[in-house]
Design a protein around this ligand. Structure first.
Ligand SMILES: [Zn+2]
Length: 101
């Protein structure tokens, strides 16, 4: 019985670690989702009523216009850049690294 509890405990702590890794990863990909995880002033997520607010800026990789509220963000040299997707963000980061190297 004690062994079963041990296994359960290990599973739970593994889950916690996995969740933390995911949370950290999402944190890197921008603040768009952050407001959902922040301790709620609103009891339910208002995804249905979600309107596009904020500014619209151009994704420097693909040229698409994205809302600053929903974009994937990257801070580079004190400048905040907005991307339509994680793919564009990664691509930009790679090319920026290549330029500075
Ligand atoms: Zn893009």
């Amino acid at each position: 019985m004690a062994r079963l509890i041990d296994i359960l405990f290990e599973l739970v702590s593994l889950l916690v670690v996995v969740r933390m890794v995911f949370a950290a990863f999402r944190g890197l990909s921008g603040s768009a989702r952050a407001r959902f995880s922040s301790a709620g002033s609103s009891p339910r997520p208002d995804t249905e009523k979600q309107t596009i607010r904020g500014e619209t800026v151009r994704d420097p990789v693909c040229g698409m216009f994205v809302s600053t509220e929903l974009s994937h963000q990257l801070e580079l040299h004190g400048q905040l850049l907005h991307f339509c997707s994680q793919e564009c963000l990664d691509q930009y980061r790679k090319s920026a690294a290549a330029r500075s190297a």
